[in-house]
Ligand binder design. Structure first.
Ligand SMILES: [Fe+2]
Ligand SMILES: [Fe+2]
Length: 625
């Protein structure tokens, strides 16, 4: 039987542990002195190890003490733990989802709207955060069902005594509507919900309780905005739904117009001109000119040194204005030159705001914004190298550990690649359509840059894995592991749809599959037919060397150096690793020395530079060796 004392102990120690690690992470992102910074890294690695072990024990103790069938008393204790974590911003996927899923049936029996709304809300938001970016439809469907569970309690709104929990209902309407219009493009349901949520807001009891709640008005304006912005596929609606949609848009247009609709550069101004454009009342060119003027001359630039919500709002406004401009451009049936010349008028300003958002600036909220900005802007960026640079800035840089890891892999792979070109260029015959050793020798510079970029983008799929997984203070559960392993397939899908990444698609998909194809993942993946097999093998070796000597992430425990790793490479040459490449490393004392330095002391230089870059402290180009 779980007792209060044990639940309290869990809360206290688990929270302390997570704060301890958070504190290290904060310092990691703020210490300026390179030597202090390196000292901090090794201290952090030690503490991480301790915290992991202790949290494992705490979690085991908690569940051992719970009854097989959770009692209402136990459910309340677990509820307090989970909701407490949620409100404190500890987004521990296991604590939040496993606890809430186990207590949900108990509270369903008790039928208390307040508990139900809170549990559904926590489950919905955590699932959505976890599954949305990896594009997992089943997981997202579960999230949406939890939100539906929450708003199903709407009839008993006045019975909910906690204002925060009442707020959840509006937030859940907002999330449902945004996700439905965005992810599933199910507009019919979101039209119904849009209707409902405004009726709820107009309800007398609701007004009496919450008219003054600014958070709710915030959610309502986001609902208006999402509803308007996602109007691209309006033709897919039935005629009745379309009429209803246009009517509802008209209402949100009226509200926006009454607020700041006439003021150029305001959020409402964009809503108003977009509505006029949708209705066909304003020409595309005219709307574009107005958007461009606001972007370049009117909307102030955010100050990234201040964590002020005003700056957050300014980033969002720049983002939305630019996205609307791109949406309109895409609707105009223009030639690529025309698109180019339009986008040159606003992209430089938007890029200077959006591509340089430092990692520490509203971290969690900015990640999806950067992803969306990348996807919206990518088609109008020209040149392969620019596109890769843009990917690094918008996506990979948002995940510091992946970013740093990728820089290391790129450097290790390029070093080994140089030696292969000197010693046994035949290994590369067949890659990039180069069919003879002479072809290879003529294209050395190109091959090296191909290897470097392969290293930089090989884990691009990791950027779509929720960042919370990387920062857990315990071992991962099976759902989390399964999700991490998806990074190869997610990255591959991304690469297939993206001209700049397409040359690297096989490397992104195959770098965790063993040389002989018998082990590793993804299960069905067969590298043997790939023209780039030699590069896949090279990246796989560089990846193992870097992961095995890394001091930043969860693999730190191994604490090896590159010489020890070479022994492992040799032991698995021919099965896991390409034996020819292993031989090249083994035979060259010079290369081994270089690798030993790079994966030893040398890595701190790479780490530190990458960290400064993430913080937005340098204006240096992304280092392409
Ligand atoms: Fe990987
Ligand atoms: Fe990797």
């Amino acid at each position: 039987m779980l007792e209060r004392k044990l639940a309290e102990k869990f809360r206290k120690l688990y929270t302390e542990n997570s704060l301890k690690l958070k504190n290290y992470e904060d310092q990691l992102f703020s210490i300026q002195d390179p030597f202090d910074w390196i000292q901090l890294l090794s201290e952090r690695a030690y503490v991480m190890r301790e915290v992991y072990a202790e949290n494992e024990e705490l979690m085991a103790e908690l569940w051992e003490n719970c009854s097989d069938e959770i009692t209402p008393e136990e459910a309340e204790l677990l509820y307090d733990l989970a909701i407490g974590f949620f409100f404190d911003g500890h987004h521990d996927f296991v604590v939040l989802t496993e606890f809430c899923e186990r207590i949900l049936p108990v509270f369903k029996d008790m039928d208390e709207p307040e508990f139900l709304v809170a549990i559904y809300h926590v489950l919905g938001t955590e699932y959505a955060k976890f599954y949305r970016s990896v594009g997992d439809k089943k997981g997202m469907q579960a999230a949406l069902d939890y939100f539906r569970g929450s708003i199903a309690q709407v009839e008993r709104y006045s019975q909910i005594s906690s204002p925060e929990v009442r707020e959840f209902i509006f937030q859940d309407y907002m999330l449902l509507i945004t996700y439905l219009t965005g992810f599933h493009t199910d507009k019919a349901e979101s039209i119904r919900l849009y209707d409902q949520v405004w009726a709820l807001w107009d309800n007398e009891n609701v007004q009496q309780l919450d008219a003054e709640n600014g958070m709710i008005s915030g959610y309502l304006s986001i609902i208006d905005d999402a509803f308007m912005a996602k109007s691209r596929n309006i033709n897919l609606l039935s005629e009745a739904d379309r009429d209803k949609y246009i009517n509802l848009l008209g209402e949100s247009y009226k509200r926006a117009k009454e607020r700041d609709g006439a003021k150029e550069g305001s959020p409402d101004f964009r809503t108003c001109i977009t509505y006029k454009w949708l209705r066909g009342d304003m020409e595309s060119e005219v709307v574009l000119e107005k958007l461009i003027k606001s972007i370049n001359e009117i909307i102030p630039k955010p100050d990234f040194t201040k964590d002020d919500p005003i700056n957050f709002e300014l980033v969002m406004r720049h983002f939305k204005y630019a996205c609307t401009a791109i949406m309109i451009l895409e609707n105009m049936e223009l030639t690529s030159e025309e698109i180019q010349s339009w986008s040159e008028k606003f992209m430089p300003t938007s890029m200077s705001v959006l591509a340089k958002i430092p990692y520490r600036f509203f971290t969690g909220d900015m990640q999806p914004v950067c992803e969306q900005w990348y996807h919206a802007a990518e088609p109008v960026i020209s040149g392969e190298l620019n596109k890769v640079q843009f990917i690094m800035e918008m996506i990979v840089r948002r995940q510091p550990f992946t970013y740093i890891h990728s820089q290391m892999v790129a450097k290790i792979a390029t070093l080994i690649g140089q030696k292969i070109l000197e010693e046994d260029p035949e290994i590369f015959v067949g890659i990039r359509g180069l069919e003879t050793v002479e072809d290879i020798q003529k294209s050395k510079a190109y091959i090296l840059s191909y290897i470097t970029i392969s290293g930089l983008v090989h884990d691009i799929g990791k950027c779509y894995i929720p960042d919370t997984i990387n920062r857990q203070n315990r071992s991962l559960n099976t759902k989390e592991y399964a999700t991490i392993r998806k990074h190869t397939e997610i990255g591959f899908k991304e690469a297939e749809n993206n001209a700049a990444l397409r040359p690297y698609a096989d490397i992104i998909l195959g770098h965790h599959k063993h040389y002989d194809g018998l082990h590793g993942y993804p299960l069905g993946c067969d590298n043997s037919g790939s023209k780039e097999k030699a590069i896949i093998d090279l990246i796989s070796i560089a990846d193992s060397m870097e992961a095995g000597t890394d001091t930043l992430t969860r693999s730190y425990t191994k604490d090896k150096d590159s010489e020890k790793l070479l022994k492992e490479l040799k032991a698995e040459a021919g099965t896991r690793y390409n034996p020819k490449i292993v031989k090249i490393i083994d035979n060259s004392k010079e290369l081994r020395e270089e690798l030993k330095h790079l994966t030893g002391q040398g890595r701190y230089d790479v780490y530190y530079r990458a960290m400064q870059d993430i913080l937005g402290n340098t204006v240096e180009e992304i280092p392409i060796i």
